[in-house]
Design a protein. Structure first.
Length: 89
């Protein structure tokens, strides 16, 4: 039972770690576009949405290799536990 809790904890921490770059990129782009909209007094929703979408897309492209490597390492760590729990079939 302890190993299940440890694996769940590790998985939740991995989710937070992998989502952080995308969320930070969206946050920074939202702040910058919000300031730009406030300074120019443009209230068009596209002015705020387009930079955030572009920042999230760029973050995904930039961090995809790292995210994939970390997910593969977690799956490699998790696979023997799953086969042992299922009876080694």
């Amino acid at each position: 039972m302890t190993s299940v809790v440890a694996v769940l904890r590790e998985g939740m921490l991995l989710v937070l770690l992998l989502a952080a770059p995308v969320l930070v990129a969206a946050l920074i782009a939202g702040i910058v576009s919000g300031l730009l909209g406030a300074f120019t007094q443009i209230q068009d929703p596209a002015v705020s949405l387009v930079p955030r979408v572009a920042a999230v897309g760029a973050a995904i492209v930039l961090f995809a290799p790292s995210i994939g490597h970390q997910l593969a390492a977690f799956a490699t760590h998790l696979w023997p536990l799953l086969t042992a729990a299922s009876g080694g079939a």
